[in-house]
Ligand binder design. Structure first.
Ligand SMILES: [Zn+2]
Length: 417
């Protein structure tokens, strides 16, 4: 089985929104209480509570404490599960030790099996404004109106998560368990595409097309910097701080820019997954790349999240169709000549064109990197003419094409092994 998430925008009355906010605060308090209890238990008895014990503890706390009774019992257990999982990730060395959570960072509640009901799915509006809406009841919180922009297999839902974004928007996410899609037969040759992620150009494909960093993203960076400066002048967790934080969140992550970016990523993902069978990506630590490349870290956190989101979307679109995603080592991808394999040690971040000192091959820097990725995945490069040089781009979805690529595009056939 494979788990899929369906995310819908939700609207509620002001009262319900307030109840949700209060519940999030209570859940946060419960989380911190569990954290504290676990610490005491460990110090006293050198014992780490398991999942069942933590759940039981959460339920006991709820019984004793009026405040926690505001939460649905399953939500209470899920808070315990969340703490348990955070701690397990720490034990496995995948994350830092779970810390006390701040209320403004605790933003979602999960209803595992019961305590929610979806009803009254209906069509509203006419023509272009036609929408499907549904009513969601969450026990102990209230009613939400969902905009159902896609079909939801209602009877396969395994859990419901309600999320209050820092900007005040509410989303509801349904997790659905679906059977694995069919694997492709392994005999046929596969068409493969290498994708190089970068800052100037968000994605460069080995077929020569590329996706530029959307301009609105660039523009909003200016405003984000301004808001960040304002935020830093406010007293931590004061009302004004929270207000500034919310304003920043709106601009930063949750408003149009994010939606626009997401939409673009999905379009690219669908396009690639329709054309290709194998996706080759760098298996890399993006953080490392960004920090070695420049010192302006604050600004680049935005790119950082763009990268991981884009990767996730591309991988998702391929895996969903039963297609292959191959992460390959990222070491030196931009400095290696894809034709002869020589390493161009003199290449700096500013060089947009790759010129090989060994074989004289000249090619766009990012295109070379994406071809190197493809090569590392086992694909043999064809003989490429030297006139692989940039041409005016052809816009389609913001994807632009470079010349000299037609020849390469015919070749990528990769045996799966
Ligand atoms: Zn070379």
């Amino acid at each position: 089985m494979r788990v899929r998430a369906y995310r819908f925008r939700a609207y509620s009355s002001k009262t319900t929104a307030r109840v949700l906010k209060t519940q999030l605060e209570v859940a946060c308090k419960l989380y911190n209480t569990l954290l504290h209890a676990e610490k005491e238990e460990y110090e006293r008895n050198k014992h780490s509570m398991n999942k069942t014990e933590l759940r039981q503890l959460a339920l006991d706390l709820r019984k004793q404490n009026q405040e926690f009774q505001a939460l649905h019992s399953q939500v209470t257990q899920q808070v315990a599960d969340r703490f348990y999982e955070a701690r397990q990730r720490f034990f496995e060395g995948l994350a830092n030790k779970p810390k006390k959570k701040k209320p403004h960072r605790y933003l979602s509640l999960v209803y595992p099996q019961s305590g929610w009901k979806l009803s009254d799915t209906r069509e509203v509006g006419q023509g272009k404004n036609k929408k499907r809406k549904a009513r969601l009841y969450l026990s102990k919180i209230g009613f939400f109106t969902l905009v159902m922009h896609r079909e939801l297999p209602e009877n396969q839902v395994s859990q419901v998560c309600v999320k209050l974004n820092p900007s005040g928007r509410i989303h509801v996410i349904f997790l659905v368990e679906e059977p694995e899609s069919q694997e492709l037969s392994s005999k046929e040759p596969k068409k493969a595409v290498g994708v190089d992620l970068g800052i100037t150009r968000l994605a460069t494909l080995s077929d020569g097309r590329y996706l530029e960093n959307p301009k609105p993203l660039e523009r909003s960076l200016e405003r984000i910097r301004l808001l960040q400066r304002r935020l830093s002048r406010k007293k931590f967790l004061s009302n004004n701080w929270l207000k500034a934080k919310r304003r920043l969140a709106k601009q930063y992550e949750y408003e149009h820019v994010k939606d626009l970016r997401r939409d673009l990523f999905f379009k690219l993902g669908v396009l690639l997954a329709q054309e290709y069978d194998v996706l080759v990506l760098e298996d890399l630590n993006v953080q490392g790349l960004i920090q070695s490349g420049t010192k302006k870290r604050g600004r680049l956190r935005l790119y950082d999240s763009s990268f991981s989101e884009l990767r996730a979307v591309l991988e998702w679109e391929f895996r969903k169709r039963g297609k292959l995603v191959l992460p390959v080592p990222a070491y030196n991808t931009s400095r290696e000549c894809f034709l002869c394999g020589g390493i161009n040690k003199g290449l700096t971040l500013e060089d947009r064109v790759f010129h090989c000192p060994y074989c004289g091959f000249t090619i766009d820097r990012d295109l070379n990197a994406s071809l190197v990725l493809l090569k590392r995945a086992g694909w043999e490069p064809p003989v490429v003419p030297e006139e692989l040089r940039p041409l005016p781009p052809l816009p389609s979805l913001g994807l632009k094409r470079r010349q000299g690529v037609a020849m390469i595009q015919e070749a990528p056939a990769l045996e799966r092994g």
